[in-house]
Design a protein around this ligand. Structure first.
Ligand SMILES: *Cc1c(COP(=O)(O)O)cnc(C)c1O
Length: 352
C-alpha cells in the first residue's frame, strides 16, 4: 500500500478472481465460463463495430435495450445493460443500501457481495444456509434490509423455486430485493416476469455463463422503471459509456441466437448430470445443481488436496477456504471430453 492510498479503503480485501495461470495449457473448470465459443454472427458483430471505435458508443445502449425488451418480454425502460453483471450489482449496493439501510445475504454465496458492502461502508448481515446448504426463504421475510440472493446460489448450485422468491419480495415492500440470476439458464426459474408486479424487485442476469461472452463483459438488470432510473443515476455519475460498442453489438447478436445458446446450455446440463452421477459412483457428495457447475466433496481426499492434485494434472477447479466449504471444490461443467479427463484424474487421485 502506498502512503497515498485513501484511509477509507486501507482495510479492504478485494475480490479474488479465479486463477488464470499461464505456465501450461489447463483444462479450465474454475471460473464457470462456457466451453463453447460464441457463434459466428456474434463475433462478426464485434468486428463491424471495431472499425468505428474512434466514436463513443451509445450511452443509452438503445439497440441492446430494445432487443432485450423483446426477448425477455419487458419494456425498454425496465432494462439496464452494464459492464458485466458485477457492475449492476455494484450499482445496486450504491443505490439501495447505506448506513441506515443494511444489506443481508447468505453466509455462503457470491464473494463480491461482502466486498461491495465493505467498499461502500454498508453494514451487512449474513444468514447461514441450512445444514444441507439450501437457503431457507423464511429467513428473508420482512427483514428490513436490502436483500441480495443469487438464485441459483453460488458456489452451491442450489436453486429456490420462484414462489419462494416471490414471498421474499412481497414481504419486503420497503426494501429492494436483488435476485442475481447469473446461472438461471441452466435450470432455474427466472423472476423477471415479476418486475411488473413488484416495484422493489431487481433481477440481474449475465452473458458470461450461458451466452459464451465472459470476456466481453455484459450484464442486464431488469426492474421497475423507477428502480432502473435510480440505477441510471449511479451509472451516469460513474461511467456513462459502461458498455462499449463491440460488446453492445455482440449482445444484440447473441440475443438473436437463442437456439444456439439453448442447445449449448442443454449440452452442459447433460454433461452436468453425467459428471454428477460418475462422481457419486466414486463416493462423492454432490449438491443438486441447477447451474453450470457442481459443488462436490469426497471423504477420501480433502478439498484443498484434490484441488492441488488436479492442478498438477493440468485441471483447474475452484477451491474456497471458507469454514463450512473447505472440504468442497466447485467444478465448472465443460464439454464431455473435458469432463471425462476430469473424471479420469479424480479416479486416479482417489485411488492414491
Ligand atoms: C459470474 C457471476 C456474476 C457476474 O458475472 P459477470 O461476468 O460480471 O456478469 C454474478 N453473480 C454470480 C453469482 C456469478 O457467479
Amino acid at each position: 500500500m502506498s502512503k497515498y492510498f485513501s484511509e477509507k479503503f486501507s482495510k479492504l480485501t478485494p475480490y479474488t478472481p479465479g486463477e488464470q495461470p499461464k505456465d501450461m495449457q489447463y483444462i479450465k473448470l474454475n471460473t464457470n465460463e462456457s466451453p463453447f465459443a460464441p457463434p459466428k454472427n456474434v463475433v462478426d458483430a464485434a468486428k463491424a463495430e471495431a472499425g468505428k471505435a474512434q466514436l463513443y458508443c451509445d450511452p443509452e445502449c438503445s439497440a441492446l435495450k430494445e432487443k432485450a425488451a423483446q426477448v425477455f418480454g419487458v419494456k425498454k425502460e425496465q432494462v439496464l445493460p452494464t459492464n458485466g453483471s458485477d457492475e449492476i450489482l455494484l450499482f445496486a449496493f450504491m443505490a439501495f443500501c447505506d448506513a441506515s439501510t443494511p444489506v443481508v445475504f447468505p453466509d455462503i454465496t457470491y464473494g463480491f457481495y461482502s466486498v461491495f458492502a465493505k467498499l461502500h461502508n454498508i453494514p451487512y448481515k449474513t444468514i447461514p444456509l441450512k445444514e444441507d446448504f439450501s437457503i431457507d426463504y423464511r429467513d428473508y421475510l420482512g427483514v428490513n434490509a436490502t436483500v441480495v440472493i443469487a438464485n441459483p446460489n453460488a458456489p452451491t448450485g442450489m436453486a429456490l423455486p420462484l414462489w419462494q422468491i416471490e414471498e421474499i419480495v412481497k414481504s419486503n415492500p420497503k426494501n429492494v430485493v436483488v435476485i442475481d440470476e447469473a446461472y438461471v439458464d441452466f435450470g432455474g426459474e427466472s423472476a423477471v416476469r415479476l418486475i411488473d408486479k413488484y416495484d422493489n424487485l431487481l433481477v440481474t442476469q449475465t452473458f458470461s455463463k450461458s451466452r459464451s461472452l465472459a470476456g466481453a463483459r455484459l450484464g442486464l438488470g431488469f426492474a421497475s422503471e423507477s428502480l432502473i432510473a435510480d440505477l441510471n443515476t449511479i451509472k451516469y455519475s460513474t461511467n456513462p459509456y459502461n458498455v462499449n460498442r463491440m460488446t453492445a453489438a455482440m449482445g444484440v447478436a447473441a440475443l438473436c441466437e437463442e437456439e444456439y445458446f439453448k442447445d449449448t446450455c442443454k449440452t452442459i446440463c447433460e454433461n452436468r448430470e453425467y459428471t454428477a452421477a460418475e462422481l457419486v459412483k466414486l463416493g462423492f457428495k454432490v449438491l443438486p445443481s441447477k447451474t453450470n457447475f457442481l459443488f462436490v466433496q469426497s471423504d477420501e481426499v480433502d478439498g484443498k488436496t484434490l484441488y492441488e492434485k488436479l492442478k498438477a494434472r493440468g485441471i483447474l477447479v475452484r477451491h474456497f477456504n471458507g469454514e463450512r466449504i473447505a472440504a468442497f471444490n466447485r467444478v465448472t461443467v465443460g464439454t464431455r471430453e473435458q469432463m471425462d479427463a476430469f473424471l479420469q484424474a479424480v479416479k486416479e487421485i482417489v485411488k492414491e
